[in-house]
Design a protein around this ligand. Sequence first.
Ligand code: SAH
Length: 350
Amino acid sequence: MQPTMKPHLLEPDFESLNQWLLDHAQPAFRAGQVRKWFFEKRASGFDAMTDLPRTVREGLAADFEFWTTRIVRHQQASDGTEKLLLQLADGGRIECVLLRDGARRSICISSQVGCAMGCVFCASGLDGVDRNLTAGEIVEQMLRLQQLLPPDERLSHIVVMGMGEPLANLKHVLAALDAASSRSGLGISARRITISTVGLPEAMDRLTQTRPRYHLAVSLHAPNDALRNELVPVNRRIGIGRVIAAADRYFEASGRRLTFEYVLLADINDRPEHARQLASLLRGRPALLNVIPYNPVPGLPYRTPSSAAIQQFREILELAGLVVQFRQRKGDEIAAACGQLRRVTAQPAS
Ligand code: SAH
């Protein structure tokens, strides 16, 4: 199937919509009305936009796609986590998640179909990358998830930690996040938006130069290059030193505390010497270390460490004075770790 040929209304630059309004002799303020309908009033189609003349609604419906994805699966876990598997117009599939935690309503969104980074323990990259998502497709995930909330609840946080490497699709990710953080968009403060990267120094520097207002999380996963080269293959042409230097430059420009992520894999990167090396690597940085016990992926040989190993790892880091957070697992029962649901439901190749 070919991607739809009609422009996508949710493309955040709104050029096509503005042009359409001009061509149809409509006042420019209609663009703001339309925007309000889908960001604030959570309309799911043009019919709902009752303050627009009927002819305008019909004209827009004829010339634009509102949704370009279809919900293939909607799963709910008992802890309040909900996950959507979305099928794109060209048949590709992506995942996005809504997490409930106290008053927080966080969403985790994807930036690419698949992933090219090849981290050995991750489900998203097992088949490589198909393509970058458009900015409209990224915004669409936000709106689809927002629609799962009752009218009196709002999305509060966004993490770009779903499928894909956001810094390999920086332009579209930033266009979508700018819409999310804009007052005429979702109005979510940039402080509550996190971009998670495998650590691509050139793209991190571009982010530093253009938009040092979001939180940056860097997926480290190993305290030395020998181990990181095995777990995160792109590291072979980069090296931890350059990743951390680029993260430091981002911190200087943004003033936002960095987060380093570390997926804990039994008997691979969870030994006391790894914790000690990690402590000396990060010591002195205003950073949070987010340790994530591995969420097993069917077919991959990696395991979650025992609680004793996790505890020991934690104590060494805390004694060394690092600010550490051990992430609670959420949504395990619905395969909420990135890329897993897509694999479970993938059609077997014929
Ligand atoms: N490409 C980006 C964002 C994607 S994933 C990045 O590398 O940061 C977000 C985080 O989840 C990354 O730290 C990733 O390594 C981690 N992750 C991937 N698969 C996982 C799994 N099965 N269990 C726990 N964490 C996982």
